[in-house]
Design a protein around this ligand. Structure first.
Ligand code: 5GP
Length: 180
């Protein structure tokens, strides 16, 4: 795998598509194990970055009766968080008494995740849990650690497999890290 350049920034290969697929499988098995027989969980994909992970994870879970919905926030500009969370697209599905599995691409400060969890809990779901492909534990400022994690990573900027730099690089099948 070669380095890639976007907007004048160079990124080096970090996680291969095979390693991602392996962790998607493991996380899916963990989620499946925690779903009670007969329930219809709602998977809630946080757009935009989580859409590829969500598509792979949702299918890999293989739960016969499961729903998926989408919500959108924006807190990043360039390679750092603005600290402010703007809800761009809200949730219109009733979640009262249901298990909700939030699907995130990456949890960095945890501000987005914490904000979303609080909003969902107001609607009295049975359980809210979060699955994230990537987690930066050293950056966590708010809320709890995600229940299901693909990879714990250091606090570095990542692109690929859905994660962008100003809208670009989401279509890279592997994950890359900003060269220091
Ligand atoms: P948080 O609220 O946890 O700080 O950040 C959540 C959002 O910021 C993620 O869903 C993602 O969109 C963006 N983000 C955080 N870290 C990174 C990163 O390393 N790369 C990219 N491309 N986006 C990130």
């Amino acid at each position: 795998m070669a380095e890639v350049t976007y907007n004048g920034l160079t990124f080096e290969p970090y996680i291969t598509r095979d390693a991602i697929a392996e962790q998607v499988k493991r996380v899916a098995a963990e989620i499946r194990r925690d779903i009670d027989p007969g329930e219809i969980p709602l998977f809630l994909c946080v757009l935009n970055g989580a859409y590829i992970f969500a598509a792979d994870l949702f299918r890999e879970c293989g739960i016969q009766n499961a729903e998926i919905a989408f919500i959108r926030f924006k807190s990043y500009e360039g390679t750092s968080s603005t600290g402010k969370i703007n809800e761009v697209m809200g949730l219109d599905t009733d979640i009262k008494g249901r298990t909700v599995i939030i699907i995130e691409d990456i949890v960095d400060t945890g501000l987005t995740a914490d904000h979303l969890r609080r909003k969902l809990l107001e609607q009295q779901p049975k359980r809210v849990a979060m699955a994230t492909l990537l987690f930066k534990p050293d950056s966590l400022k708010a809320g709890e650690a995600p229940e299901y994690v693909g990879f714990n990573i250091p606090s570095k900027f990542i692109i690929g497999y859905g994660l962008d730099l100003d809208g670009l690089a989401r279509n890279l099948p592997d994950i890359y890290v900003l060269k220091s």
